[in-house]
Ligand binder design. Structure first.
Ligand SMILES: [Zn+2]
Length: 205
């Protein structure tokens, strides 16, 4: 995969996340591995729904140095550390998924992962395994290492509590499928909980 093709794929997924309401203009980030040692990643501080391939950042994975393009996303540690630990992972997709974050902050990550994983036969096929790293400061080496460790331990969707989800895959499609499906499942869970509240408190009672 060359850098231009990788960049187009990054922008395609970035736009899909934005149009589905999973990211605002500035939140979240997406990357794609180029060759063994580099990655294309969305930049920092630009409206990601309106940028083109030359406005993406190319970084060296090992040194974490910017090779080409504007300043990279401040959350690049999550991406570089996943690529370093797992050579088979080629794409990392990080939305600030609103349903996942809201419901997890109300019910707790363990309960949400448990309920979502049991509510659909296809969960295992799409998500594989989800894990949570708790509340940590965004953009730090610590959160990068914690997410990479969860991926090494088998998670393919990692929840950064009060922040967002991270989906990884051998392909960009897989990484996107995983975070999108997880958000869709949490949205269904949310609707079910609202219905239960309605039943408990019917109109006028
Ligand atoms: Zn983020």
């Amino acid at each position: 995969m060359n850098a231009d093709d990788a960049g187009r794929s990054v922008l395609d997924v970035t736009n899909r996340l934005y149009s589905k309401g999973m990211n605002s203009t500035l939140s979240g980030n997406v990357s794609f591995r180029v060759g063994k040692d580099r990655m294309v990643i969305t930049p920092s501080g630009l409206d990601k729904a309106r940028i083109d391939v030359p406005e993406l950042s190319i970084m060296d994975i090992d040194s974490e140095r910017l090779v080409e393009g504007p300043k990279q996303s401040s959350e690049y540690h999550v991406h570089t550390r996943i690529y370093r630990i797992l050579p088979e992972i080629n794409a990392v997709v990080h939305p600030h998924s609103p349903y996942s974050m809201g419901v997890i902050s109300a019910l707790g990550a363990d309960r949400v992962i448990d309920e979502v994983s049991k509510s659909d036969e296809e969960y295992g096929y799409y998500v594989t395994k989800a894990a949570s790293v708790g509340i940590m400061k965004a953009g730090t080496v610590e959160i990068g290492n914690a997410v990479a460790k969860a991926v090494k331990d088998g998670a393919r969707v990692v929840i950064m509590e009060n922040h967002g989800t991270v989906g990884v895959g051998e392909t960009m499609q897989k990484a996107l499928d995983r975070v999108e499906y997880f958000e869709y499942m949490v949205k269904k869970l949310h609707i079910r909980h609202i219905e239960e509240l309605y039943l408990k408190h019917p109109k006028g009672k």
